[in-house]
Design a binder for this molecule. Structure first.
Ligand code: SAH
Ligand code: SF4
Ligand code: F3S
Length: 479
């Protein structure tokens, strides 16, 4: 037991280190206050996320630190004193976007030489990217990675003191920083990261290389954060991790993800609990039972299958077969009949033949997902799949993407249609995208519902009768 305790403490950033960062935040706050007295305006920061929910949750930590340091956030690049791009490298497109934005900042930096341009996040955990930025994007002042995000105040302080580039990226396996301030956007839903990193090394994926090994936060720390969220008025939490089903394995004290869900059931103020992402190979029977029994855990499971052909699944190093996946889906549905299932699919993995792709379509037809997120395979340097010679052409990838989309649109519509006339529980979130007199919310199964109602209902669970069920969203009226 003793050594286990040590184990979980060892990868935790010390309280002294975090306290030091608070000192740097105070220091910058003082500078920013002097600035207000001198120029009659607050310093402005522009922060943009390019990645997944975990990347967004990291940005919320940057926001928390910015707030303490006295920065006001702005959506206008032209006005700001500090730009932060929190990057992603899961697909090439995500990287190209960042380079595009950095390029277009050059002129602004020439006009405003005191402006600080910072880039952080997953992309920076790759050495060649940092070198490329150093060589080609001289306008950048500060580079840091995912493992040292908590050191942002210290690094910003250094960047403010020098004209030279400050670059600090730790290549460690990663650690856990508790106590970093966090500022979430307004709303009723909050992200809550429960673990960092990934051990799976799917052969196409860059995430394990840039996010380090799996490390789980302690259940008590997660429950405390959830309590705080409930207290702050959030009604729904989504627990985040690259593979939440292996939560707790590294703690070696017997904690499991199912235990965590059970521990969160009593958190006051929180009505709904969601989580992502689940790896099929680690989804335990106990978890299925916890999902069935915990009233706050919603009837939705995002369970990426990635491909339908056993050959490709094996090449991808996913460690399960299509038959195993069918069996798993059946088991889940037998315990939670109304559950909605969503998935991720990659089309055009190297060597994927027409026959392999047919197997993917067949799997989709058989499982009948409520929604499928489809990605064109993107070559990621450093991953095993990138070295393969039989890469699939862009043309074929796009054709497969379209075929899959057409099939899924049909299935999605067929699954939604029977909802017409039914009464569902909706968590009202706020005005819908298209009209201020319409509210938007989601069902427990994570489907979007638009309905007429007063904005004061935001944050409340309401009963809505579905009047129209489309492929992408539902319309309804308050009961
Ligand atoms: N940990 C999660 C999510 C990882 S990234 C999981 O295992 O499901 C989100 C999705 O991006 C993945 O599910 C996968 O479908 C997709 N993805 C990852 N690497 C990719 C690549 N090189 N090309 C295209 N899509 C990729
Ligand atoms: Fe990538 Fe696979 Fe890990 Fe998901 S489980 S992050 S796809 S390596
Ligand atoms: Fe997320 Fe992209 Fe990093 S998907 S974990 S921000 S590489």
């Amino acid at each position: 037991m003793e050594s286990n305790m040590e184990n979980s403490r060892n990868n935790r950033i010390t309280a002294e280190e975090i306290a030091l960062q608070y000192k740097y935040m105070e220091q910058i706050k003082e500078l920013n206050q002097e600035y207000i007295l001198k120029y009659g305006r607050q310093k402005l920061a522009f922060l943009q996320s390019f990645g997944c929910q975990m990347n967004e949750n990291d940005s919320e930590k940057l926001s928390g630190m910015l707030e303490i340091m006295g920065y006001t956030q702005t959506g206008k690049l032209d006005d700001c004193d500090l730009v932060i791009f929190n990057t992603c490298c899961v697909r090439e497109n995500a990287e190209l976007k960042v380079y595009g934005h950095l390029g277009s900042l050059k002129a602004l930096k020439n006009r405003k030489p005191d402006m600080i341009i910072a880039v952080c996040g997953c992309m920076m955990q790759q050495k060649d990217v940092v070198e490329h930025i150093k060589g080609k994007y001289r306008q950048v002042d500060l580079i840091f990675g995912t493992h040292n995000l908590h050191k942002f105040p210290e690094l910003l302080n250094r960047a403010l003191e020098t004209d030279a580039l400050v670059a600090d990226v730790e290549s460690s396996e990663g650690s856990i920083a508790e106590g970093v301030p966090i500022r979430r956007g307004q709303g009723v839903k909050a992200w809550l990261t429960i673990m960092y990193g990934c051990n799976n090394f799917c052969s196409y994926c860059i995430v394990p290389y840039v996010r380090g090994r799996e490390r789980s936060r302690q259940i008590a720390d997660i429950v405390n954060e959830a309590r705080l969220l409930g207290h702050q008025g959030f009604r729904e939490i989504t627990l985040l991790g690259q593979n939440v089903n292996s939560y707790g394995l590294d703690l070696k004290d017997g904690s499991s993800f199912a235990d965590l869900l059970r521990s969160l059931e009593d958190v006051e103020g929180i009505d709904r609990i969601r989580f992502m992402t689940s790896h099929p190979k680690d989804l335990s029977e106990d978890l299925i039972l916890a999902m069935r029994d915990c009233k706050k855990v919603c009837e939705h499971l995002h369970l990426p299958v990635q491909a339908g052909s056993n050959t490709i699944l094996q090449e991808m190093n996913r460690k399960y077969t299509r038959e195993y996946y069918f069996g798993l889906a059946d088991k889940i549905r037998s315990q939670i009949p109304d559950i909605s299932l969503t998935t991720d699919i990659i089309v055009g993995y190297p060597g994927e033949s027409d026959e392999d792709f047919k197997q993917t379509l067949d799997l989709i037809e058989k499982v009948r997902f409520d929604y499928v997120y489809t990605f064109l395979y993107s070559k990621r340097t450093g991953t095993p799949a990138a070295k393969k010679e039989d890469q699939v052409s862009e043309q074929v990838k796009k054709e497969r993407f379209n075929a899959l989309l057409a099939l899924q649109n049909r299935i999605g519509k067929e699954l939604n249609e029977p909802l017409a006339g039914k009464i569902v529980e909706v968590l009202a979130e706020g005005p819908s995208k298209n009209s201020i007199t319409t509210l938007a919310g989601r069902t427990r199964t994570n489907k979007i519902v638009n309905f007429k109602g007063s904005p004061e209902l935001a944050g409340r669970l309401v009963k809505v009768r579905i009047t129209n069920a489309g492929t992408w969203s539902l319309e309804g009226s308050l009961e």
